[in-house]
Design a protein around this ligand. Structure first.
Ligand code: SF4
Ligand code: SF4
Length: 157
């Protein structure tokens, strides 16, 4: 289980150290291939608070994890970090706020932190809104392009 001890920069810096990083990536690719789950996030860290987790009565996170990264071992939820794709499904299903903490980095460098179902939902809403805005922008012409394409619509002074 990884823990963020020195701030987000340190965590992701440590994870991306040269050959250690490429070796780790290769291992992850080999482990994830049979699951058919694609990696969307560049990197991340996840931790589960075994004191607040209701454990044996719940195990919802184990059932929902798409890569089987979570399992019940030694009386608590354990994580196989190399199988975690930082999707956030476990945070979304967890009934205990701040029990599972997830921090992930997108390809564009943006860091996202979630530890409650509402965090995941709001983030998803934001991502969907951004996608919609980008789609609209891609089909709507800028004024100068519009006038170039339809010069007859330009008002004469
Ligand atoms: S973030 Fe996704 S892949 Fe990682 S442990 Fe949770 S459910 Fe599994
Ligand atoms: S979903 Fe949350 S409370 Fe339930 S077992 Fe997993 S970590 Fe514990």
């Amino acid at each position: 289980m990884s823990q963020n001890k020195g701030g987000e920069g340190d965590v992701f810096g440590l994870l991306s150290e040269g050959s250690v990083d490429s070796e780790r990536r290769k291992n992850r690719e080999a482990l994830l291939a049979p699951t058919g789950v694609k990696e969307v996030f560049q990197e991340g860290v996840i931790s589960i608070n075994s004191y607040t987790c209701v454990g044996v009565q719940c195990k919802a996170c184990i059932k929902v994890c798409p890569t089987n990264a979570l399992y019940w071992g030694s009386g608590r939820i354990e994580i196989i970090e190399d199988l975690c794709v930082y999707c956030g499904a476990c945070v979304l299903i967890c009934q205990v706020d701040d029990c599972i903490k997830l921090e992930r980095k997108r390809d564009n460098g943006r860091i996202e932190k979630v530890s409650k179902p509402i965090d995941v939902l709001l983030l998803q809403k934001k991502v969907n809104t951004n996608k919609r805005v980008q789609r609209v922008r891609s089909v709507v012409l800028k004024p100068q392009d519009y006038y170039a394409q339809y010069p007859e619509t330009r008002q004469k002074k």
